[in-house]
Design a protein around this ligand. Structure first.
Ligand code: ADP
Length: 582
């Protein structure tokens, strides 16, 4: 079914284990009644006076044995449900992460990382408690009252009805409380408040450098502060609303004996000679003490269910986000020529960032995008990588529209090196291997040498095995950029997008990075997003991008001779260069 909730869908994959767990929980619940019966039998023997030691020992052993069997069954049931739950959690998380890697980048500007983390972490975690604990609990909590009520009414309907009064009232009060929570949409508000707090918290931690430099406190982060206050008042108000109802509920659940005892005493006073009646009253008193646990479990299961359900809805929302459409009409590109044909794009509907952009990058040439900040250079690169879809127009590699192939095929053909390098908390070797999963250590060494990183890697405590982030090993920005160039070298794809990586490097690093890039660009179609013009003077083609349009294309000399914007950019470049040299 299309709109089946994620929880149901995944629970179905573990139907076998969960059914076994339910059956074991049911048998264990039935077994729970045996000790009550044994106590009853022992009291009966004692009251009737003609008992033998064997009889007493017999019932005691049966009672102990049944408690043991009950515990073993419950343990086995819980093992089955836990194995199913952790398998399901693993599958949901893996599928969620896989799905997120396929949705358009636009989705991540609507959802903060704090919000997504809360869903992947906490909402999914709550499903564990539901599947592993609540499913067996609900089974036994539903079976228990059924057997209990049946047994009571069968043994003595008058006493049975009296002992049901407090239970009935308790369930009614609980239903009212739950109804109130649903009506006020409290569970949704609770999750919203928790997400807001998480998302603002992540933003706060990210902004820590500014917090320290400007001596800010949490009070300066009004949104974070407000979200904490909102969360507190919501939870306080919610708990206060529950207080009297909850107290009444627990009082009633634990006070069945208070109802049974006076009524039992009354019945006995009517017929003091009837020993069987006295015994029955005794049995009801014993049974009354056993109701609290299962009924509390039922209540707990009902309240967590609405909480889990709200989390499930949020996980469903992520899965409902359509992934970038993939086709596999074409499995390989015919050549590495790139063309943008009348491509328009807007991040926000109605405010176009690119307007009918057309250009061509010839195979195996170096090309640079230059222009004022905000002109659309990064957007062009991101469209080529299919981070976003053009609103209009076509992007082709060779003769193929990039939408005609899978993201995997596209990624095999295009590498990119960004300014902000992401290195994972893994060994340097594995970080480079991301460029090609099947590369040998020799291949990794070879590209590391080409990218001028072999030398500094050798000096790390464990060489290529050194884990980034451990033993205080952190790479400088320039070193990290060279590692990312090694990664791209290893990938060796025919097309390369380069966000001019040298912007923050020091002089020594800059020389190394330029050498590394020199190795990387050989024999490829390259698109460089250039911030400093002197580094791209000798490329084959320069595209001047301004206000979402390609204003002019040509070589450095041609543009310097004929394009006023390029002349202006070049003049600024010369000034900056002089300033940097000084
Ligand atoms: P450049 O790389 O030339 O500096 P960009 O391509 O980054 O320019 O940005 C072009 C325009 O798109 C700018 O006006 C920028 O504010 C806007 N923009 C960039 N990224 C986003 C985004 N994720 N959401 C909305 N607008 C964006």
């Amino acid at each position: 079914m299309e709109n089946e909730s994620v929880l149901i869908r995944y629970i179905k994959t573990k139907k076998g284990l969960l059914t076994v767990s339910g059956i074991l929980a049911t048998i264990s619940t039935v077994v729970q009644f045996i000790p009550f019966y044994c106590i009853y039998k022992i009291i009966e023997l004692l009251m009737l006076g003609n008992y033998s030691a064997e009889g007493l020992i017999h019932w005691s052993l049966v009672s102990m044995g049944s408690v043991l069997v009950g515990v073993v069954l419950l343990y086995a049931s819980s093992m089955c449900s836990h194995v199913a739950a952790f398998d399901i959690l693993y599958d949901i998380r893996m599928d969620l992460l896989q799905h997120l890697s396929k949705v358009s980048m636009g989705y991540f500007s609507q959802k903060s990382s704090g919000q997504l983390m809360k869903i992947i972490d906490q909402c999914v975690e709550k499903m564990e408690s539901f599947i592993a604990h609540q499913i067996p609990d609900i089974v036994s909590a539903l079976i228990f009252p059924l057997i209990y009520v049946g047994l009571m009414l069968m043994i003595d309907w008058r006493l049975g009805l009296v002992s049901l009064v407090p239970l009935f009232l308790a369930v009614a009060i609980y239903a009212l409380l739950m109804g109130k929570t649903m009506k006020n949409n409290k569970v949704k508000q609770y999750h919203d408040a928790l997400e807001a707090m998480n998302s603002n918290g992540v933003e706060y931690v990210r902004a820590m450098p500014a917090v320290k430099i400007f001596g800010l406190s949490v009070g300066n982060f009004k949104r974070f502060h407000q979200s904490i206050k909102d969360y507190r008042s919501l939870v306080m108000e919610w708990s206060n609303g529950f207080r009297s109802g909850y107290v009444l509920f627990t009082t009633l659940i634990t006070s069945v004996v208070l109802f049974v005892m006076p009524f039992g005493a009354f019945l006995i006073s009517q017929n003091p000679q009837d020993k069987t009646l006295s015994l029955t009253v005794m049995l009801f008193i014993i049974l009354a003490s056993g109701t609290t646990g299962p009924f509390m479990k039922l209540m707990y299961a009902a309240s967590t269910f609405s909480n889990v359900n709200e989390g499930v809805k949020r996980v469903d929302e992520i899965f409902a986000e359509a992934p970038v459409k993939e086709q596999d009409n074409v499995t390989a590109f015919s050549g590495n020529r790139i063309s943008f044909e009348e491509v328009s794009f807007s991040y926000i509907p109605g405010s176009p960032v690119l307007k009918k952009v057309s250009f061509e990058l010839k195979p195996n040439t170096m090309n640079a995008l230059v222009g004022p900040s905000g002109g659309g250079k990064s957007t062009i690169a991101q469209l080529l990588l299919r981070f976003y879809e053009p609103t209009e127009g076509t992007i082709k590699i060779g003769a193929t529209d990039i939408r005609e192939t899978t993201i995997d095929t596209l990624m095999q053909n295009v590498s990119f090196v960004f300014q902000d390098v992401t290195l994972f908390n893994d060994s340097i070797e594995e970080n480079i291997r991301m460029g090609n999963r099947i590369a040998s250590i020799e291949d990794i060494r070879r590209v590391a040498k080409m990218a001028r990183c072999d030398e500094f890697i050798q000096e790390l405590p464990n060489g290529y095995q050194t884990k980034i982030g451990e033993q205080g090993v952190f790479l400088s920005k320039g070193e990290a950029q060279r590692v990312s160039i090694a990664r791209a070298l290893l990938k060796n794809s025919p097309i390369l997008v380069l966000d001019e990586a040298t912007a923050y490097a020091d002089a020594e690093n800059e020389v190394y990075i330029q050498q590394a890039i020199g190795e990387l660009v050989k024999g490829k179609t390259v698109l460089i997003i250039a911030h400093r013009l002197w580094t791209i003077q000798h490329v084959d083609q320069i595209l001047v991008c301004d206000k979402g349009e390609i204003q002019a294309t040509g070589t450095h000399e041609e543009l310097l001779a004929g394009n006023p914007l390029y002349q202006k950019l070049w003049a600024i470049n010369e000034e900056t260069k002089e300033w940097e040299v000084k």
